[in-house]
Design a protein around this ligand. Structure first.
Ligand code: PRT
Ligand code: ZN
Length: 287
């Protein structure tokens, strides 16, 4: 019998594990008695969690052992599995880059012709080299790729970079970014209608949470003559709320403002006459 519980595969331990659980938690999905069991049912939603290694997630979701999963794009592309990428989740961000010893010269990827490149991601690398018509030897290494140039195992590496400090401390420099990656929600291509509906409910919630994260609630006071200029600067979800203050000739303005440019806007708002500006975090936005 087809079960109507949606099964989500997430990383058991590692860089994506906590953030994956945090996202569910913020979406109001309660996972009690979480103690690294393999499979656990949510308390208040038709969802069960399967905790596995991230490398296994694409295959499990493709084969329907899990219905959906949270995994890095890098892992999906390397797996070559056929999945629907449903949503970018905004965490686990990194890039996949080529790096060489810092004193080597580099003009273009063509310089890697005939060279040895070590990587844990041979599929992604080979595809890239083919696109660029570079004829290099790709060596698969299961870990600590960054040490291979120092022990003369490779001339270059292709690996995940985040801050760049691993490359730096191994005397390497990043010369080419091949791919940007972040954690995404993936789904099996043949979900039943019931499971699709459950997935939509989860997406509705996580989108509200992620949208809220990227925005702030702003309150400020301004003299009435400054209001046209100030409300122009603040579009809000629909349009800003303007309320009179007890003090004659003054109003209070409330609205939602994007995280990205909020420092710039705050300067401009002050210059336009805004005072007593408060900026608050938002928990959820249902637009
Ligand atoms: O045990 P399991 O197989 O589940 O975990 P794992 O060890 O394979 O993966 P894990 O937990 O290390 O990473 C999971 C995912 O996080 C990756 O697949 C990426 O999508 C994403 N991610 C984000 C990263 C990084 N940032 C990252 N910095 N994955 C790895 N790194 C490593 C990188 O390999 C390199 O060694 O960190 C080092 C570089 O970091 P910087 O900051 O020094 O540049
Ligand atoms: Zn892994």
């Amino acid at each position: 019998m087809e079960s109507n519980i949606l099964r989500l595969a997430i990383q058991k331990k590692g860089r994506l594990a906590d953030k994956s659980l945090e996202l569910l938690n913020a979406a109001g999905i309660r996972i009690d008695n979480y103690s690294q069991q393999l499979l656990i049912k949510a308390q208040n939603f038709d969802l069960e969690l399967l905790f596995i290694r991230d490398d296994d997630i694409p295959e499990y979701v493709q084969d329907g052992v899990a219905d959906i999963g949270i995994v890095g794009e890098n892992v999906i592309y390397e797996s070559g599995k056929k999945l629907d990428i449903v949503e970018k989740l905004g965490f686990g961000k990194c890039r996949m880059s080529l790096a060489i010893p810092k004193f080597s010269t580099f003009n273009s990827v063509k310089d890697l012709d005939g060279k040895n490149i070590a990587t844990t991601y041979p599929k992604i690398l080979k595809k890239y080299l083919l696109e660029k018509s570079v004829n290099a030897n790709v060596h698969y290494i299961s870990g600590s790729v960054e040490i291979t140039p120092n022990i003369n195992l490779a001339d270059a590496i292709f690996d995940i970079v985040s801050t760049g400090s691993t490359l730096k401390s191994n005397g390497l420099k990043e010369v080419e970014t091949v791919l940007e990656s972040e954690a995404v929600l993936v789904a099996n291509k043949n979900l039943s209608d019931e499971k699709k509906e459950l997935l939509e409910q989860i997406l509705f919630r996580t989108r509200a949470v992620n949208k809220a994260k990227n925005n702030k609630y702003i309150l400020l006071n301004a003299p009435n003559e400054a209001l046209p200029k100030i409300t122009d600067l603040l579009p809000g979800v629909k349009s800003p709320t303007v309320m009179p203050l007890a003090m004659d000739g003054w109003s209070s303005v409330h609205t939602v403002i994007g995280e990205d440019d909020f420092w710039n806007k705050i300067e401009t708002l002050k210059n336009a006459g805004a005072e007593g500006i408060l900026v608050l975090p938002i928990e959820k936005i249902i637009a």
